[in-house]
Ligand binder design. Structure first.
Ligand code: SIN
Length: 348
C-alpha cells in the first residue's frame, strides 16, 4: 500500500492517471462478419471470410476507447467448413495467449453456422478464467446495416470487463451475452439469431455497459478435465424421423465410428428400427447418446428409452451438435462405459 504523504506531482499535458486499457486479442477465423457481397443490399449472396481482421477492426474506431487490441488472423473460413484441426489450432492459440500477462482476454470472430459448436468446445477446453468471447454477424461486412461492427465492439467490451472473468466461454451477439453451453443459432436470417432456449441469456451489453443477470452452473474451463491434445475420435449424428431405416447406423458401425449421437424425437425417443440398430451398435462398444431434435428442453435418462438396458446415455439439455462435441472429448479422455459417459453428461 502507498502511504506516502508527499504532495502529488502535476500531470504533464497529454498524460493521464487512468489505468491502462485492458489488452484484448482479437482472433479472426472468417464467417459472415468477414463477408463481402457485390452490393450493399445483398445479404445472402456473399462470400464469407474474405475481409481481414485489420479491416474489421478499422470499421470500429470506438474500440480504441475500450481496449488495446492485438489482432490475429487465425483462418478465413466459412464456418460450415469448420474442421477439428482448426479447433485445435484455435484452442491452443487461445491458451498460449491467455497464459501470458500481456493478454487480459480474447475475442474470436467466427461464422454463425457452427459458432455454438466451437464456443462449447472452447468452454470445455480453455485453461484460463480470463474472458473468451465469440462473436459473429448475420449480415456481411459490405451490407447496409451490417451487424458485425457493433457485435465486435460489444464482444470486446465484454472481454475487457472484470465481470466476464470466470464465466466460461461467452457469446456476445445482438447486445446479449450467452453462455457457450446454452447458446444456439435459431434463425437463418434474423440479426437476433442466437438464443439460449429455456434459460435465456446470461446478461447484456449496451453502450459500454455490461451486466450479468445469472451465472454459469456446470463445470467449464479450469474446472474441466478435457484438453485438445488427444486425437479426435470419429463421432457422427443421426436423426430419428418417420420411416427412418437402420441403414445409416449399420454403415457407421461398419466404418468403425466410436460414437453416435441420435437426434431423437421429443424426449429423445427413437424409431424402433433405429433403436434396435443403436442397441446393436452399443453391444459392439459404440457409445450411443440420446439427444433431441426439438430445440429446447432436455432428455430424461430412461424417459423415452430404457437407457440402462440398452446401454445408452442421455444428453440432458445439450442439443445433438453440442452433445457430439462433449462425446468426442469424453471418448478422447478415455471415458467409454455408458455409466462413465453419463457422469460426464451430468457434469458438463
Ligand atoms: C459462416 O458460418 O461462416 C457463414 C454464415 C454466417 O457467418 O452467418
Amino acid at each position: 500500500m502507498n502511504t506516502s504523504t508527499s504532495p502529488s506531482l502535476p500531470i504533464p499535458p497529454g498524460h493521464s492517471t487512468a489505468p491502462p486499457l485492458p489488452r484484448i486479442a482479437v482472433l479472426a477465423t472468417g464467417g459472415t462478419i468477414a463477408g463481402s457481397a457485390p452490393d450493399a443490399a445483398n445479404t445472402s449472396g456473399y462470400q464469407a471470410g474474405v475481409v481481414g481482421v485489420d479491416q474489421l477492426l478499422a470499421a470500429v474506431p470506438a474500440l480504441s476507447a475500450v481496449a488495446r487490441i492485438a489482432p490475429e488472423q487465425i483462418a478465413s473460413v466459412d464456418s460450415k467448413d469448420m474442421a477439428m484441426p482448426l479447433w485445435t489450432t484455435l484452442g491452443q492459440r487461445i491458451d498460449t495467449l491467455l497464459a501470458t500477462d500481456d493478454v487480459d482476454g480474447v475475442v474470436v470472430t467466427h461464422g454463425t453456422d457452427t459458432l455454438e459448436e466451437t464456443a462449447y468446445l472452447l468452454h470445455l477446453t480453455v485453461k484460463s478464467d480470463k474472458p473468451v468471447v465469440l462473436t459473429a454477424a448475420m449480415r456481411p461486412a459490405s451490407a447496409l446495416s451490417a451487424d458485425g461492427p457493433l457485435n465486435l465492439l460489444n464482444a470486446v467490451t465484454v472481454a475487457a470487463h472484470a465481470a466476464a472473468r470466470g464465466q466460461g466461454v461467452l457469446v456476445a451477439f445482438n447486445n446479449r451475452i450467452h453462455s457457450a453451453r446454452d447458446v444456439v443459432k435459431t434463425s437463418t436470417y434474423a440479426v437476433d439469431a442466437f438464443q439460449s432456449p429455456e434459460i435465456g441469456a446470461l446478461g447484456w451489453v449496451q453502450d459500454g455497459r455490461v451486466e450479468f443477470q445469472r451465472g454459469v452452473v456446470r463445470a467449464h474451463t479450469l474446472a474441466s478435465e478435457f484438453t485438445l491434445d488427444a486425437a479426435w475420435p470419429q463421432v457422427e449424428i443421426v436423426t430419428s424421423y418417420a420411416g427412418v431405416s437402420r441403414i445409416a447406423i449399420d454403415a457407421l458401425v461398419a466404418a468403425g465410428v466410436r460414437g453416435i449421437v441420435v437426434a431423437g424425437t421429443g424426449n429423445g425417443s427413437i424409431h424402433q428400427s433405429l433403436q434396435q440398430a443403436l442397441a446393436d451398435a452399443a453391444l459392439r462398444g459404440v457409445a450411443v447418446v440420446r439427444s433431441s431434435r426439438v430445440g429446447s428442453g432436455h432428455v430424461m435418462r430412461n424417459g423415452a428409452a430404457a437407457d440402462d438396458a440398452l446401454g445408452f446415455v442421455s444428453a440432458g439439455s445439450l442439443n445433438p451438435y453440442k452433445a457430439r462435441v462433449l462425446l468426442m472429448l469424453a471418448l478422447a479422455a478415455g471415458h467409454t462405459a455408458p455409466a462413465a459417459l453419463q457422469k460426464v453428461f451430468d457434469t458438463y
